[in-house]
Design a binder for this molecule. Structure first.
Ligand code: HEC
Ligand code: HEC
Ligand code: HEC
Length: 328
């Protein structure tokens, strides 16, 4: 028994001495050129694969991944956030990126080995100690599906060309805001002051949004005001006025109904100007935003959070349909 204990103690001491020399004396070579010790790459990759499999979300949460608007939005984000490391059909990686260890795989190869929900997990969480970043904000897995939709289109060789994003002016903003519907909001129904405030909120993280956090990080803060003025409502008649009028229905009734604690939606979003314009906004976008307010992912306006807190999914559908399709 004593011999066993002694042997264990000696082994522990040797292990500790080994660890101290590797960590403390710098014996481990961190050079990217040195590669991993034999077997380490296999261990890391197998751990990575199994870790992703275990944690990937259920496909029940996924929107329709073949929706062209969702794919286009994912492509727009991918162009500035991912293509530099992973390339894209027709986009090469720099020699320096190819010297990374591990090397970011070409996207065409990367998507072959993962299911859509696994891709979602990787893009939302990133991969520790590899250079693969996570999503810029937490709690916005809903946005990540747009990138997954684009990745699936790459796998199916149906991917749209990436938008050219060389500039960082208003033309860059328009690659999404004037070309894609669905999840991308219209800005031309909103006023410049509101738009500028949103850009500040995205930049500070107070309004968590990874796609817009990436977009605002590519423009100078000093230019927020000018960008907002260019994109805000112009003199042209807004879409809402041409839209059919939905007077009846659950949405209209809900929008007019307040209670003791919270005023009606229209008390703020009608012509009082206390809240942003909603009439004529994209229905998909309204639905997503109302869920974010209701679920407390958004808390940057207390009254708006309170107004959404008790809405059911059916209420949100009805309200979104009403605001998207009616005129004031
Ligand atoms: C700074 C470079 C960098 C950026 C930017 C980057 N990645 Fe990665 N990515 C990597 C590296 C490195 C790996 C390899 C990780 C590993 O194998 O351990 C990786 C792995 C992946 C994988 C898993 C592929 C596999 O089988 O290893 C996917 C999918 C992926 N990235 C997608 C994306 C998407 C989508 C974006 C943009 C939202 C993105 N990446 C941004 C560096 C990057
Ligand atoms: C890759 C596509 C993409 C690009 C590029 C982009 N946006 Fe956005 N934008 C979005 C999406 C998607 C949302 C909704 C985000 C959310 O859920 O928070 C959004 C939201 C916004 C909002 C909030 C609107 C509202 O109703 O509250 C503003 C303001 C905005 N963008 C301005 C800009 C400006 C200015 C630029 C250029 C610097 C820009 N966007 C570039 C996709 C994009
Ligand atoms: C007390 C005033 C108030 C009430 C009541 C209110 N809202 Fe809001 N709402 C706001 C304000 C202010 C914002 C903008 C907050 C911010 O991002 O700065 C907002 C934002 C929104 C947005 C996001 C718009 C965008 O472009 O991103 C939606 C959608 C919305 N409200 C819908 C509703 C609905 C539906 C109701 C009724 C159930 C409602 N609101 C009730 C004040 C209100």
């Amino acid at each position: 028994m004593r011999a066993v204990l002694l042997t264990l103690a000696v082994l522990a001491a040797l292990g500790l001495a080994g660890a101290v020399s590797v960590v403390g004396l710098g014996l481990y070579n961190v050079s990217a050129h040195a590669g991993h010790w034999p077997g380490v790459s296999w261990i890391l990759h197998t751990t990575f694969r199994n870790s992703v499999r275990l944690r990937a979300p259920s496909m029940e949460d996924a929107p329709r991944l073949d929706d062209p608007d969702l794919i286009a939005l994912g492509a727009g984000h991918y162009a500035t956030a991912c293509a530099g490391c992973h390339g894209a059909p027709g986009v090469a990686r720099t020699a320096t990126v190819r010297a990374m260890v591990p090397e970011p795989p070409l996207i065409g190869e990367a998507v072959e080995s993962w299911r859509p929900n696994e891709l979602h997990w990787i893009v939302e969480n990133g991969v520790k100690m590899s250079g693969m970043p996570g999503w810029p904000v937490q709690g916005r897995g809903d946005e990540v599906w747009a990138v997954v939709a684009y990745l699936v289109s790459v796998r199916e060789r149906m991917a749209p060309a990436l938008p050219a994003n060389d500039g960082a002016g208003v033309a860059y903003c328009r690659t999404c805001h004037e070309k894609i519907g669905g999840p991308v909001p219209r800005l031309d129904i909103l006023d410049a002051e509101y738009l500028e405030a949103q850009l500040d909120l995205y930049a500070s993280g107070a309004r968590p949004g990874g796609i817009m956090a990436q977009a605002v990080s590519r423009v100078r803060k000093d230019d927020f005001g000018a960008l907002a003025r260019e994109l805000a409502q112009g003199d042209a008649p807004v879409f809402a006025r041409d839209a059919p009028r939905l007077d009846g229905g659950d949405g209209a009734a809900l929008a007019r109904r307040g209670n003791r604690d919270v005023p009606a939606c229209l008390a703020c979003h009608g012509d009082t100007g206390k809240g942003p314009a909603l009439f004529g906004q994209s229905q998909d976008y309204l639905t997503t935003q109302l869920k974010l307010w209701r679920d407390g992912t958004y808390v940057h306006d207390n009254k708006m959070h309170a107004a959404a807190r008790d809405l059911t999914d059916a209420d949100i559908d009805a309200l979104s349909r009403y605001f998207a399709n009616s005129a004031e």
